[in-house]
Each structure stands twice: as C-alpha cells, then as structure tokens.
Design a protein around this ligand. Structure first.
Ligand SMILES: NC(=O)c1ccc[n+]([C@@H]2O[C@H](COP(=O)([O-])OP(=O)(O)OC[C@H]3O[C@@H](n4cnc5c(N)ncnc54)[C@H](OP(=O)(O)O)[C@@H]3O)[C@@H](O)[C@H]2O)c1
Length: 246
C-alpha cells in the first residue's frame, strides 16, 4: 500500500505562517516534502521564510483584495494549490460589555471575513480541478468562556461555514474541513503561559493536565491534507486534550 498520509509534492498555502501554529505547520509540511507557501500580515513577518525553504507572501487578512491576489499569483506560478490552510487569526481578551467597535471589526474581519475571502479566491482558481480547504476554528467556537465573546462567535461561524462550503462545493471536487484546537502554547496564549499561577489553574481544567503544543495538531492536519481523508468533508477535528469531552 502507498503511504496514505503522504503530502510529498503537494502545493500547500498556509495563512498566518509567520508565527505559532502556522509557522510550525509550514516547517512541518516542508520537512514532509510539500511545496509550502506562507502568508503573514506584513513583509517583515514573512522575511524568515526565504531562508527556510518556504515561499513567503505578505497579505493582511483584513484587506479585501490581498489574500485573493496571493492565491492568484501562487496558482499562476504552480498551476495548482492542492491544499489551502486558513490558519491566520487573532484573539481578544476584553469583557464583552466593554468591547469597542474597532476591536470587534478587527477580530471578525481577520477570523471570519478574511477566511471566507480566502476560501472564495481559492475556489475561483481551483474550480475546474477541485481542492482541499482546512479551516482553523477553535474549541471556543464550541464552548463558552469569559473574555472571548467575539472570538468565540467567529470560530463558531468558521465551523458552520466549513459545513456550508463543503456541501455547496462538493460537486466541484472540493473537500472543506476544520481543526478545532484546544489551548495551544503560542503568542496567542501568552497571557496564560507568561503567568505560572494562571497556567497551572488553566492546565488543571484540561483532562490531560497540560496545554497543547503546535506539534499536537500536526497529525490531524496531515490527515486532512493527505489523501487518507479523501472521503471526509464538512467535518471538524477537535484536538484539545479532552477539554470539550467534559
Ligand atoms: N493558540 C491557541 O490556543 C489556539 C486555540 C484554538 C485555535 N487557535 C487558532 O489557531 C490559529 C493560529 O493561532 P496561533 O496560536 O498560532 O496564533 P499566533 O501565534 O498569534 O499567530 C497568528 C498568526 O496569524 C497571523 N495573522 C494575524 N492577524 C493577521 C492578519 N490580519 N492578516 C494576516 N495574518 C494575520 C499572524 O501573522 P503576523 O504576525 O504577520 O500578523 C501569525 O502568523 C488562529 O486561527 C487561532 O484562532 C489557536
């Protein structure tokens, strides 16, 4: 039997590959033999990719045109983008009652509207040959927690959007699935990891007793990116150390 989980030679575009989970995935897929393209919000965010064997592109997810232009230009060079991983995202840490208009729109534009535009642009370039989209949602799109209201809303919306696009584009040969990470140690969760007492308390609430690391997500993402998940669409894989099983 061939290697079911092989991603060798696949062209993979990862948004938000400059830091955290996206960076880990970019380096991981490069090591597995994929041709990896990554984005960040600014040119300096993607500067490191040049020397790392990853093709970097600047595209702010809030810009109505930028991600579409990157997708078109990558496709023009490679003739195909086998997998689109919509990972770019931002969180909030503000009480719902005090959230200002600017913060509300920034989170929605980055996590939801930008992700939708990315899916749409990808559909346009791949509509004849089909494609594979992996969207990053969050367990906070499934369960409630304080100080994450708009963020949680965008992540719940990503789970719903994933199902809707999976059905709408199934006859065009597209698969659309989502990953729901639990709490993963990155810049996004530094307000927890920088404070040992808080981290200990948070970890006490996770059945596996620890926060996750980007590597904990890699197997699930490789599964979705590879042909091993070829009969799967519209689904969400939860990788959270048991958080949502309680
Ligand atoms: N960490 C967690 O516990 C956790 C849990 C559940 C879900 N997630 C989700 O996983 C994904 C990655 O999170 P992370 O923890 O790796 O976050 P991170 O370390 O803060 O990295 C975020 C990435 O997104 C990019 N990004 C942010 N705003 C952007 C914008 N407007 N335009 C383009 N790129 C932008 C950043 O690029 P620049 O630096 O260039 O702006 C960076 O590469 C997010 O969707 C997040 O919601 C994370």
């Amino acid at each position: 039997m061939k290697d079911l989980f092989s991603v060798k030679g696949k062209v993979i575009l990862i948004t938000g590959a400059s830091r955290g989970i996206g960076r880990f995935l970019a380096e991981g897929f490069r090591d597995l033999g994929a041709e990896v393209h990554g984005t960040g919000s600014k040119p300096e965010s993607v500067e490191w990719m040049k020397s790392a064997g990853i093709v970097g592109h600047a595209a702010d997810m809030r810009d109505p045109l930028a991600i579409g232009q990157v997708i078109q230009s990558v496709h023009a060079k490679t003739a195909r983008i086998d997998v689109l991983i919509n990972n770019a995202g931002i969180a909030g840490n503000t009480p719902a009652g005090g959230m200002k208009e600017e913060e509300i729109s920034k989170i929605i534009e980055t996590n939801y509207t930008g992700l939708f535009r990315s899916c749409q642009a990808y559909y346009k370039v791949q509509r004849k040959s089909g494609g594979n989209i992996i969207n990053f949602a969050s367990v906070l799109g499934m369960i409630g927690t304080p100080l994450a209201s708009v963020y949680s809303g965008t992540k719940g919306a990503v789970i719903s959007l994933t199902k809707a696009l999976a059905i709408e584009w199934v006859n065009n040969g597209f698969r659309v699935n989502a990953i729901c990470p639990g709490l993963i140690e990155t810049d996004m969760t530094s307000m927890i990891t920088d404070r040992p007492a808080i981290k200990e308390k948070v970890q006490g609430g996770i059945p596996m007793g620890r926060m996750g690391l980007p590597i904990d997500l890699m197997g699930g993402v490789v599964f979705l990116a590879s042909d091993s998940s070829s009969y799967m669409t519209g689904q969400t894989i939860v990788i959270d150390g048991g958080m949502t099983a309680q």
